[in-house]
Design a protein around this ligand. Structure first.
Ligand code: TYC
Length: 132
C-alpha cells in the first residue's frame, strides 16, 4: 500500500509477508492488532528553504582615492589587503564588481555602512545591492 506521509512516500505492508526491496525502517501495530512494516521509498523533502541572497556591488567613479576603496573592502568586507587591492582594481577597470553576497538585512547594512563612510569622507563612492 502506498501512503503519503507528509512529503515522504512510504510503502506499508503486513509484517511477515514475502517482500523484496529495501529493508524495513519502521514498524507499528495496526488497528486490528496486526503488525505493519513501513519503508521510505523516496528521499524526504527538506523542509528548510534557503533565504534569497543579495549581491553587494561597488561602483567605480573618477574621484574616490584607490586607498580609500581598499580600506572600505578591508573594513566592511573583511578582505585581506592583497585581495582588497585586486577587487578595487577590478572595479576601477570594469566599472563594477560584486564585493559580497548576503541575506537582505546584512546586505542592506553593508551598503548603508559604506555609503555613510564615503559621505563622511566626502567621497562620491557608490555601493548598491541587487537580488542574486
Ligand atoms: N577610479 C578611482 C580612481 O582612479 C578608484 C576607484 C576604484 C573608485 C573603485 C571607486 O569603487 C571604486 N581614483
Amino acid at each position: 500500500m502506498w501512503v503519503r506521509n507528509g512529503d515522504e512516500t512510504v510503502a506499508t505492508c503486513r509484517a511477515g509477508g514475502a517482500q523484496s526491496g529495501p529493508l524495513p525502517t519502521r514498524m507499528g501495530a495496526g488497528s486490528g492488532g496486526e503488525e505493519t512494516v513501513t519503508t521510505a521509498l523516496t528521499k524526504p523533502k527538506p523542509k528548510t528553504a534557503r533565504p534569497p541572497m543579495y549581491k553587494v556591488l561597488l561602483l567605480n567613479d573618477d574621484f574616490t582615492p584607490m586607498e580609500f576603496v581598499v580600506l572600505v573592502l578591508e573594513r566592511f568586507f573583511h578582505m585581506p589587503h592583497t585581495k582588497a587591492v585586486e577587487v578595487m582594481l577590478t572595479v576601477h577597470r570594469k566599472g563594477v564588481a560584486v564585493v559580497g553576497v548576503y541575506t537582505y538585512e546584512i546586505a542592506e547594512t553593508k551598503v548603508a555602512q559604506v555609503m555613510e563612510f564615503a559621505r563622511r569622507h566626502q567621497h562620491p563612492l557608490q555601493c548598491t545591492m541587487e537580488r542574486e
